[in-house]
Design a protein around this ligand. Structure first.
Ligand code: ME8
Length: 519
């Protein structure tokens, strides 16, 4: 029996509208969650928003709202978008929710009881945009990640992060899946080996946060608050049974962008060690998206709006592009040209044509009825062998967050089936009455492969998979299928009838556009 599976996105700051980066992280988690359901695992999938901190308070004031009004309004941008992107999250969390306050208080108490919190003074730089304390040696021209920093001098409570240096290194070494991919793991190890400083965990110069019960006037540092959301989402403060099932005895995966890996792979596990709670199994860090070769930023005016992209290209094309184009862990470039090429080549040509040609021929030769005969030839054996490899490799790739590889493998199978049509030449077989058995075998294999392909792409492109299932004449909900339904050859019910073919992805003409001037 496989263990219950719990996957989380970071919780996003609701200040800014969601963009291609946040959509990417969330779609990754959605693909994994859907895949895990497909293989029969029980899944909890949490996303949400990070609503406290100085950055939020300042933005609220600037826009004439109270912080609570501001986050109430802004967090809607996220819930609405995730629905439009067909995200199958089972929970949406906000750090202002009561259940989360309870978690944070309890964790602080555990860490304090362990003797890992002390009172001191923080004197140094702080980046409001990244909500992080910045050591002098990380400043470049007086800035952090290209943004202004402020001077902070205030009484603060500290978490003994430095105490966990060795325990963290040991944990990372003993658990090869703890940080993925390998390159990112090495960066974290190198960072810890430079030496960790204790972490200031309370602020006194603004008040939008969870009060620290140890002393009036202190509010909890936003990251020390936000990281606990993962516990809240598993039921830490609300449902012990569920928490034990998904966290203590389940498999826990956090997906984050590379920018926030250190918080997740250093501060978070140290907090958990201090509180005596099991660490997550995997923290997977992805790279960043640039846009047409440039850094994505508000000032350049090139922030990609997921809703607009979906409007232009369709939801599943957008989801496919993000998952296919980026090598997990590395930066990738969002480009209109590459998007259109992928839609035309992979989706309209390879996948769309396979479906259209098959449905068209089945109609012509068998009045859409799928007949099962077994007149085998060497091509059949070859495609069946490839099918077995595709299934096994897909599982490996998804468990390793190698989505581009997973899709490449599915597309290798799609291309093989397109080639199978050319090799078997059904149009010739149809002219020879003695080849009727062979013709029906070839057609059956094509239909069966399309059923299999629909199921395999369903975590990536759920709507397309459902359309394929419908056109294949199957009365099935693609989200309720199990991988074992299509594991063996001959999973398509013989005697069934196909429906009419409807193109899945229309081809898009790439017209040259004048280069956009940024100001
Ligand atoms: O950091 N490419 O929230 P955030 C890819 N609240 N992904 C990108 C990206 C880009 N260009 N830009 C952003 C926070 N992201 C904290 C997290 S978790 C306890 C607290 C994605 O709104 C990426 O996943 O700044 C990154 O980790 C996340 O947005 C940061 O979102």
């Amino acid at each position: 029996m496989s263990k219950p599976f719990y996957i989380t996105t970071p919780i996003y700051y609701p200040n800014a509208a969601p963009h291609v980066g946040t959509a990417y992280t969330t779609i990754i988690c959605d693909v994994v969650a859907r895949y895990k359901r497909l293989v029969g695992e029980e899944v909890r999938f949490m996303t949400g928003v990070d609503e406290h901190g100085q950055k939020i308070q300042e933005a609220a004031e600037k826009n004439g709202f109270t912080p609570q009004q501001w986050v109430d309004k802004m967090s809607l941008n996220f819930t609405t978008l995730w629905e439009k992107l067909n995200i199958s999250n089972t929970d949406f969390l906000r750090t202002t929710q009561e259940r989360h306050l309870k978690t944070v208080r309890e964790i602080i108490k555990k860490v304090h009881d362990k003797g890992d919190i002390y009172r001191g003074e923080y004197v140094g730089k702080y980046s409001v945009s990244e909500e992080t304390f910045v050591p002098e040696n990380q400043l470049v021209d007086g800035k952090y990640m290209g943004k202004e920093v402020i001077d902070v001098k205030e009484t603060s409570y500290f978490f003994k992060l430095s105490k966990y240096e060795n325990a963290l290194l040991e944990h990372i070494e003993k658990n090869p899946d703890f940080i993925k991919p390998e390159g990112k793991k090495n960066e974290v190890i190198a960072f810890i080996k430079q030496g960790l400083q204790d972490l200031s965990i309370s602020r006194t110069t603004f008040d939008w946060g969870i009060p620290l019960e140890l002393e009036e006037g202190h509010i909890i540092y936003v990251w020390f608050d936000a990281l606990n959301i993962y516990l809240t989402g598993a039921g830490f403060s609300t449902d012990t049974e569920q928490f034990d099932k998904f966290w203590t005895n389940g498999i826990v995966n956090h997906v984050v962008g590379k920018d926030i890996l250190r918080f997740h792979a250093i501060i978070w596990p140290a907090m958990l060690m201090s509180a005596g709670i099991k660490l997550p199994d995997t923290i997977a860090a992805h790279g960043w998206w640039t846009v047409e070769g440039e850094k994505m930023s508000k000032s350049l005016g090139n922030v990609v709006n997921p809703e607009e992209e979906v409007g232009k290209y369709g939801l599943d094309a957008f989801r496919y592009y993000l998952m296919r184009e980026a090598t997990f862990g590395q930066d990738a470039d969002y480009s209109k040209k590459a998007m259109i090429q992928r839609i035309n080549a992979d989706l309209a040509n390879d996948l769309g044509n396979l479906l259209n040609r098959t449905i068209g021929m089945q109609k012509k030769y068998f009045n859409s009825e799928v007949v099962l005969n077994e007149v085998e030839e060497s091509f059949d054996i070859e495609v069946k062998e490839l099918w077995k490899i595709t299934l096994t490799d897909l599982d490996k790739h998804i468990n390793n967050y190698q989505f581009s590889e997973a899709l490449k493998d599915i597309w290798k199978f799609i291309s093989r089936m397109n080639k199978y049509i050319d090799e078997c030449e059904p149009w010739k077989l149809s002219k020879d009455e003695s080849q009727k058995g062979r013709l029906s075998t070839v057609m059956y294999n094509l239909v069966d492969s399309l059923y299999k392909i629909a199921v395999l792409i369903s975590p990536f492109m759920p709507e397309t998979a459902q359309k394929m299932i419908n056109q294949l004449g199957l009365d099935k909900d693609v989200t309720k299928l199990h991988i074992s339904d299509i594991k063996d050859w001959k999973s398509y019910p013989a005697g069934n009838k196909l429906n009419e073919a409807v193109p899945l992805f229309p081809r898009i003409e790439l017209e040259e556009e004048p280069k956009k001037e940024y100001n």
